[in-house]
Unconditional design. Sequence first.
Length: 129
Amino acid sequence: MTAPRPPFRIAPSQSVAAKAKQSLMVAAGELRILTYREPYQLSDVKQRDSLLHTLNTEFDETIPLPGDGGVFYLIVIEDPAAPGKKPRRRPVLLPENDVQAWVVGYAVAKVGIELARRVSYRAEMLPAE
């Protein structure tokens, strides 16, 4: 007897923002493969400045930000370390429209196809078996 397949939890009829947030929450909370920080509206000067401050002070990083605004999600992944060294936490900034596909791909790479189904909303994104 085969184990039951994990459910597709994200409804295709939801907005892009809802699908992005849900896939990140499942990847962070259930699969524990990343840390989901927050979305930023980059056309808002205060949010843009806050993001730049976070990147600089918390991660000692700079990421070129797009000039056209839009919503971007800040997540944190662990960069594999050399043997005997601690992994480095790295910020990743994802445009809202790319979040879902990126999370599915990252989940496949980190935990395999079966668990990646939990961050997907389309059956055809991954092979049936």
